[in-house]
Design a protein around this ligand. Structure first.
Ligand code: GLN
Length: 533
């Protein structure tokens, strides 16, 4: 394609309408027709990235191969497209301002007053176009976080307005996502919030080209016509997005609504390929017609907000589907688990996952859950802090070091079995300073991890400061916990196992960031398989 096409996705009426899923679904359809597509998320908050945010604020922090700490929507993009994202795919207001202010200090604007327009909007536009010019995608979909009408979204909407004006008319397109509420009392779908939301966009000089309406009931032709008339769009540009069973249905729903065809027509994209969605449909078939059923426990401390564990939850869904197994994932609050109640809480489970995390809160409950899984031969999967808990538990209850701990929690313990990484010592700034992104790992032949991966060299993404203390390695291996994954450069322990347990694997990295619909993560697949057995 000659020019990169830029599609903007905005949202109105309420937040949490699923702009990320709509963006990912459209991208999937265009990709299935042979186009190269990427998705970018612009977040209007001031944090430089979500790495410093508590998961209760915005859900999980997703990590890319290049070590960017990003919004969880990037996880959806990767899971739908199977194509890695990078730092360039997530930009916040904080990052935009930081760039502009650094330039100002360097004297790049010498003599000029630095202002939201043009300097901030120029920087926003530069970040949007970067994906087209540098990475040369056919289509760049940019999702604008927040809701139209928010003060903090204004510079982004203005940047979109300018790009619409600057670029060739067919090279930009705005999709606006809104909600059409159903009023049970009158038995009607209401379009007024959508009309008002489009008016807000128009006030800022942006006419949306396509409207995607979230709804729980089918839109009648009359409703579509009404919205089209009052919002200045074609009737076939009013797209219904009805509630579905799983987010993975959305690409097919959008296909039926011809969202991709409408987009291609409006943008002059000539593509006669039929979308190849066979593998996607096969996945859905398996997901919806399972042969087995199991119950897995996820032990974490942020369980009130499911988004905190988004990638783990999705990885379990992917791995369940390939195993043709329906997985009921029950979340357990680690603060509420103790040695008295652990059996009554966890004994009905076919497998236990102990989640990542930071800090002291809830850690003893996690350690107790590990002990229960280890002693009762229940398949166990420990992720990052979950692996560290497995190491602590083993030291306390098998090696007999009753005060063993991570120095993250207890700096003065005599048995520092988990300790701060060498390169972390002396780091005081919190933002972007962990061990982040992908590192290779050598996997020991014959181990459970090796069997799962079918490989002796892997690459996985990280986000941590503490590590297994290698001074104890011999003692562990003698007692029956082995290190089966090692970083070849730094010697860091990346995977631990208990060989004479049914399936007991702890990983220092985050496998959940690499599981996609069409490429479920091998460790999750093996874990689920062993839970079924
Ligand atoms: N808090 C632990 C560390 O920093 C584990 C981090 C995590 O679970 N992501 O090493």
């Amino acid at each position: 394609m000659a020019n990169t096409k830029y599609i903007f996705v905005t949202g109105g009426v309420t937040s949490s309408l699923g702009k990320g899923i709509i963006s990912a679904s459209l991208a999937k359809l265009l990709q299935a027709r042979g186009l190269s597509v990427t998705i970018q998320k612009l977040d209007p908050y001031i944090n430089i990235d979500p790495g410093t945010l508590n998961p209760y604020e915005h859900g999980e922090c997703y990590v890319t191969i290049d070590g960017a700490e990003t919004d969880l929507d990037l996880g959806h993009y990767e899971r739908f497209l199977g194509v890695p994202t990078s730092q360039a795919n997530n930009v916040t207001t904080g990052r935009i301002y930081q760039t502009v202010i650094n330039k100002e200090r360097k004297g790049d604007y010498l003599g000029k007053t630095v202002q939201v327009i043009p300097h901030i909007t120029d920087e926003i536009k530069r970040r949007i176009k970067l994906l087209g010019t540098k990475h040369k995608y056919d289509v760049v979909i940019t999702e604008i976080g927040g809701t139209v009408g928010d003060i903090e979204s204004l510079p982004y909407i203005e940047a979109v307005r300018q790009l619409k004006w600057e670029l060739e008319p067919k090279d930009t397109l705005v999709i606006h996502l809104t909600l059409v509420p159903y009023l049970a009392a009158s038995g009607e779908l209401k379009t007024k919030p959508t009309q008002h939301s489009v008016k807000l966009l128009l006030e800022n000089g942006v006419q949306p080209d396509i409207l995607v309406l979230r709804t729980e009931k089918e839109l009648t032709q009359d409703v579509r016509k009404k919205v089209a008339l009052f919002c200045n769009v074609d009737v076939d540009s009013v797209i219904e997005s009805i509630d579905v069973e799983t987010i993975y249905d959305v690409p097919l729903v959008m296909l039926k609504e011809k969202l991709d065809v409408t987009v291609m027509k409006k943008m002059g994209i000539k593509n006669t390929n039929e979308p190849d969605l066979k593998p996607w449909e096969d996945f859905l078939k398996k997901l919806k017609h399972p042969k087995y059923k199991i119950k897995i426990g996820l032990v974490g401390k942020y369980i009130e907000l499911k988004d905190s564990y988004k990638s783990i939850i999705e990885s379990v869904i992917h791995a369940g589907a390939v195993n043709e197994c329906s997985v009921e994932l029950q979340c357990y609050h680690s603060e509420k688990i103790n040695s008295e109640n652990v059996a009554s809480q966890l004994s009905e489970l076919d497998g236990i996952i102990v989640a990542p995390g930071f800090g002291e809160r809830g850690i003893e409950g996690k350690i107790t859950a590990v002990q229960f899984a280890r002693e009762n031969n229940i398949p166990f999967f420990g992720i990052c802090l979950g692996m560290q808990c497995a190491v602590i538990e083993f030291a306390r209850n098998v090696l007999g070091h009753s005060d063993a701990h991570s120095t993250e929690i207890d700096r003065n313990t005599t048995h520092k079995v988990i300790d701060l990484m060498e390169e972390q010592k002396g780091i005081v700034e919190k933002g972007g300073t962990m061990r982040l992104g992908a590192y290779t790992c050598a996997v020991k032949k014959g181990s459970k991890a090796n069997k799962a991966y079918g490989n002796v060299e892997i690459s996985e993404r990280h986000r941590h400061r503490f590590e297994f203390n290698n001074e104890y390695l011999k003692e562990y291996e003698k007692a029956g916990m082995t290190a089966v994954g090692i970083n070849p450069d730094s010697n860091l322990v990346e995977i631990i196992e208990i060989p004479n347990h049914k399936w007991f694997v702890g990983v220092q990295f985050h496998p959940e960031y690499q599981s996609t619909v069409l490429n479920p993560h091998p460790l999750f697949v093996a874990f689920i398989k062993n839970c079924i057995k």
